[in-house]
Design a binder for this molecule. Structure first.
Ligand SMILES: O=P(O)(O)OP(=O)(O)OP(=O)(O)OC[C@H]1O[C@@H](n2cnc3c(O)ncnc32)[C@H](O)[C@@H]1O
Ligand SMILES: [Mg+2]
Length: 198
């Protein structure tokens, strides 16, 4: 049985990928189950570069098949910020502080000018294979106050007009149907088997 290492400590994310790779006959592990990890310096300029750095560093050191993802929020009125710095926008990895900073930065701007995109890049690497890279995007609006209690990160501010809901008002299944990560996993599912057999 081939093991695939999901390059995250976030068990919520890992669960989504387990649901995808388990039925394909892979044993799925996360970083929480590894004793020794190499230092990974995520110094890429794009989501894709960072996902690839993470995945390839782990494949090279551990000789395993690895999936890494890198995601974030790009706000048009802020020239794409927080972008690759989404996790630590307000300093620490603190969702409440990040959301508060985003609200401050957009203060007074009408809803029509608060357009934003969530992005996910996924990189899968394996010994002696070219990496497989896919991505997913979703567009929405940044509300001027939080709505909903589910999800994580910027979910309570990220509003989908067509659904009249924020990401924090969707169940995990509903969110996966429309989210950046859900779409990237969809593209992965269309390409993975061909890539694996190549
Ligand atoms: O790299 P790992 O360890 O998995 O954790 P991370 O927090 O860096 O995770 P991401 O690269 O996926 O995302 C970076 C930040 O972007 C935000 N973000 C990403 N996906 C999100 C989502 O679906 N909903 C809300 N916020 C999200 C959130 O603030 C994340 O901390
Ligand atoms: Mg990240």
């Amino acid at each position: 049985m081939t093991t695939i290492l999901i390059a995250t400590k976030n068990e919520g994310k890992a669960k989504e990928f387990k649901a995808f790779f388990g039925p394909k006959g892979f044993k799925v592990k996360t970083l929480n189950e590894m004793d020794e990890l190499p230092d990974i310096i995520e110094n890429g300029k794009t989501f894709t570069e960072n996902a690839l750095i993470k995945a390839q560093t782990l494949t090279d050191k551990l000789k395993m098949t690895v999936l890494a993802d890198d995601s974030g929020l790009m706000v048009d009125a802020l020239d794409g910020a927080p972008g690759i710095f989404s996790a630590r926008y307000a300093g620490d990895h603190d969702d409440a502080a990040n959301n508060a900073k985003l609200l401050r930065e957009l203060k007074g701007l009408p809803l029509s000018k608060r357009t934003a995109t969530f992005h996910t890049s996924l990189a899968v690497t394996s010994v002696s294979k070219e990496p497989l890279i896919v991505a997913g995007n979703v567009k929405g609006l940044i509300l001027d106050k939080q709505r909903g209690a589910d999800g994580f990160g910027y979910d309570p501010l990220f509003y989908i007009p067509e659904l009249d809901k924020t990401f924090a008002e969707l169940t995990p299944i509903e969110k996966n149907k429309v989210s950046h990560r859900g779409k990237a996993v969809q593209v992965l599912s269309e390409n993975f088997d061909d890539w694996w057999e190549r």
